[in-house]
Design a protein around this ligand. Structure first.
Ligand code: FAD
Ligand code: EPU
Length: 339
């Protein structure tokens, strides 16, 4: 059984850098560790909270029960066919290290997702996405421990019910599974996607004429570094809200007054708007009060300048929600998991 540490500081284990304490904390390095810890939590009636890299959570209070840090490692090529490599990764592998390994091995499909913080295990949780790619496009299946029974269950792509920043693990099965391994189906021949945002521009700036996995990842890394705050320097969890999907009438009403409104086509004739633009236009960009605020280069990112409390950041998110709804009639939804 892994060591269970009482009353443990959580600050080093998440990227907002706010202070919070776990009643108990333990690391799981294997599936057996996960099962033993979950049995222990059930026997002792402790609530179990799973954490990977802590880059998509906001602690608003101390955590009662047991925090399980998933540290299952390993990246293995487990099969191939004419067009694909099948690669299995432990949930506790750092996501960007996994991307780097894929680039060096020539396994294509995750290069646009370079530099997303966090770990492999969380990648299907919210179907991570950036620069025109979502994880579902390379997802094969995952293996997870079902907490109520301790059984191992396999989830194929359809079972995960992926959507924009969504999966079954955030909805119907919330809190019921610990993801232990994720298998990806990566391409032998790259299918480069450079049409999104500023990738093409960045490639030109870097003088790239021959596309490669390395060149695309480097362009994405450069764009990300120019826009998003590094959590090592300033506490944050990336986009705090999702980009809202609205109906055509709502879009038309806003666009009439603001023709420059950034928008993207969404399924069922709906329109996705840029939450960062809505928050920016509501006057919040660069806002600071005490140590909490809104990033000055990307209004979708709420930040901790030092000693902010999670509760202060949560309350700020409520003020922003209210303001955007009053100004534009659009209700934002938080993307970060509030604990
Ligand atoms: P955590 O924060 O540890 O956990 C997130 C949620 O998943 C929690 O509910 C947790 O309980 C659950 N969870 C974690 N691991 C497991 C597991 N093994 N089994 C079951 N449940 C689990 N996201 C994007 O999609 N695109 C981006 O471009 C992007 N950019 C970001 C930029 C910055 C600067 C930051 C700080 C964050 C960004 N994010 C982005 C958000 C974040 O990186 C992703 O959501 C990432 O997948 C979170 O991984 P994590 O291991 O840190 O998860
Ligand atoms: N914008 C503003 N002001 C701002 C911020 C953005 O006007 O303060 C405008 C931009 O000019 C642009 C539009 O809003 O026209 C979109 O901005 P950006 O390209 O920076 O992307 P985003 O929609 O804000 C999304 C994801 C990011 C992901 C990028 C790149 C969500 C919630 N966020 O951001 O994901 O990296 O696209 O694909 O979908 C995350 O999930 O944590 C995350 C960072």
């Amino acid at each position: 059984m892994p060591k269970i540490k009482p009353s443990h500081d959580l600050q080093p284990f998440h990227t907002f850098g706010t202070s919070a304490t776990a009643e108990f904390l333990a690391e799981a390095g294997t599936i057996e560790d996960v099962i033993e810890l979950s049995e222990h939590a059930t026997a002792e009636q402790l609530k179990l909270t799973i954490l990977g890299g802590g880059s998509n959570v906001l602690f608003t209070k101390d955590v009662r029960g047991l925090v399980l840090l998933n540290r299952i490692t390993g990246i293995d090529l487990v099969g191939e066919d004419d067009h694909h490599f099948y690669v299995r990764a432990g949930a506790g592998e750092v996501w960007h290290d996994f991307v780097e390994k894929c680039i060096s091995e020539g396994w294509a499909g995750v290069e646009n997702l370079a530099l997303i913080p966090g770990m492999v295990g969380a990648s299907p949780m919210q179907n991570i996405g950036a620069y025109g790619i979502e994880i579902e496009s390379v997802f094969d299946h995952l293996i997870a421990v079902h907490l109520p029974t301790g059984e191992l269950h396999q989830f194929d792509k359809r079972d995960c019910q992926f959507g924009y920043r969504e999966s079954v693990f955030k909805r119907k099965f919330k809190g019921q599974y610990v993801i232990c391994y994720v298998q990806y189906k990566l391409r032998k021949k790259p299918d480069f996607n450079t049409s999104y945002g500023a990738i093409q521009q960045e490639l030109e700036k870097q003088g790239v004429s021959d596309l490669s996995l390395r060149a695309v990842a480097d362009a994405v890394i450069a764009i990300r570094q120019s826009k998003l705050p590094d959590p090592k320097e300033i506490g944050n969890a990336g986009s705090f809200f999702k980009n809202p999907v609205v109906d055509q009438d709502t879009f038309n009403a806003i666009a009439e007054e603001h023709p420059e409104l950034p928008n993207y086509p969404a399924p069922k004739g709906k329109v996705k708007l840029a939450a960062g633009w809505l928050i920016d236009q509501s006057g919040w960009k660069g806002f600071r009060e005490g140590d909490f605020g809104v990033h000055d280069r990307q209004a979708l990112v709420l930040v901790n300048h030092g000693n902010a409390h999670g509760r202060e950041i949560f309350d700020l998110s409520k003020r922003i929600l209210k303001d955007v709804e009053e100004k534009f009639g659009v209700k934002l939804e938080r993307e970060v998991n509030i604990l």
